[in-house]
Design a protein around this ligand. Structure first.
Ligand code: SAM
Ligand code: DTB
Ligand code: SF4
Length: 329
């Protein structure tokens, strides 16, 4: 696997260059994506992360897609930070069913220092299970990324979500530049960056191209790039948007793969709704990571048995953690 910090990412993927990829005939786009994928990865290996919502609901932010915003009436119960024993038991079960990374998500604008101390204990104990650790806690303040790094955190997830010119129509309580600022802090602390976006919000293809261009221009490029298809949660403002054509979602994955060839591109939220055939096209387009386990944060995901059947049909295998002996994976 390529070390992104040493990779020459000098090719400038501006919006026009990315938009031109989106316009390619589908077969040509898929061929280019497969070619790029095979230069950097085993084309049949998929990295598997399991998600857990460690602090659910009641978020102060107004993200128009999110079930957890206190501003939307989605019927979701607001919960306190989960007890550490429950978190560790869930991580252990995820590890035992084949996940190699455990991602803990909190519905916060950002963590208070007291909350961060609790998350740090979770990171330490999950890491001790031999798993990679990831958290997504919202915006970070000075010094918080370093504390997470010291606890052994491997990845921080913080998405750019959508094009800067569309951002204010989706979220008004923080800005695109706020997201970039947290990403900079994460990178400077030496934590790997997990940063992607969400499509199906009513954005145009040009805006999808701009989102991918912004992600591809991060330097170094993110190690992990989750591409989420909007899961329509009743009560959220964006749940009334028209469905995005699934083939446009596949194109978005392919364009992410071509522009960020050494990154893991994660086929993220929306897999249950996409069905097997579209997921297979996403893997062909270069997706090589998934969320594994029957729940995302608050919504459903294919269950473990369904994924095992799909992997068997497609001849896919779980990707071992880098540096770990295959007999241990
Ligand atoms: N509060 C933190 C934040 O906003 O960064 C972390 C949690 S947030 C739920 C993580 C990501 O999940 C969002 O950036 C968005 O891309 C994705 N997401 C949230 N709700 C979604 C939905 N209904 N459908 C698809 N993706 C969603
Ligand atoms: C990401 O990009 N997708 C995940 C993870 N990062 C935290 C979250 C998806 C959430 C889907 C809606 C829900 O379950 O609440
Ligand atoms: Fe809060 Fe994150 Fe949901 Fe936005 S996406 S409302 S910040 S939990």
């Amino acid at each position: 696997m390529t070390d992104l910090s040493e990779m020459n990412t000098s090719q400038v993927w501006n919006q026009a260059a990315v938009a031109a990829l989106f316009e390619l005939p589908f077969n040509d786009l898929m061929f280019r994506a497969q070619t790029a994928h095979r230069e950097h990865f085993d084309a049949n290996a998929v990295q598997m992360s399991t998600l857990l919502s460690i602090k659910t609901g009641g978020c102060s932010e107004d993200c128009g897609y999110c079930s957890q915003s206190a501003r939307h009436d989605t019927g979701l119960e607001r919960e306190k930070l989960m007890a550490i024993d429950e978190v560790v038991a869930t991580a252990k079960a995820a590890r035992d069913s084949g996940a190699t990374r455990f991602c803990m998500g909190a519905a916060w604008r950002g963590p208070k220092d007291k909350d961060l101390d609790g998350v740090i204990d979770m990171v330490r104990q999950v890491k001790a299970l031999g798993m990679e650790t990831c958290v997504t806690l919202g915006m970070l303040k000075d010094g918080q990324a370093e504390k997470l790094k010291d606890a052994g955190l491997d990845y921080y997830n913080h998405n750019l979500d959508t094009a800067p010119e569309f951002y204010g129509q989706v979220i008004t309580t923080h800005t695109f530049d706020d997201r970039l600022d947290t990403l900079r802090q994460v990178r400077e602390a030496g934590i790997s960056v997990c940063c992607g976006g969400i499509v199906g919000l009513g954005e145009t293809r040009a805006m999808r191209a701009r989102l991918i261009a912004e992600l591809a221009c991060l330097n170094p490029q993110p190690e992990s790039v989750p591409i989420n298809m909007l899961v329509k949660v009743p009560g959220t403002p964006l749940s009334v948007e028209a469905d995005l054509d699934p083939l446009e979602f596949v194109r978005t994955i392919a364009v992410a793969r071509i522009t960020m060839p050494a990154s893991h591109v994660r086929l993220s939220a929306g897999r249950r709704e996409l069905g097997e055939a579209v997921q297979a096209l996403c893997f062909l387009a270069g997706a090589n990571s998934i969320f594994y386990g029957d729940k995302l944060l608050t919504t459903g995901n294919p269950d473990v048995e369904a994924d095992q059947i799909l992997f068997a049909k497609l001849g896919l295998k779980p990707e071992p953690v880098k540096g770990r002996r295959c007999a241990e994976a």
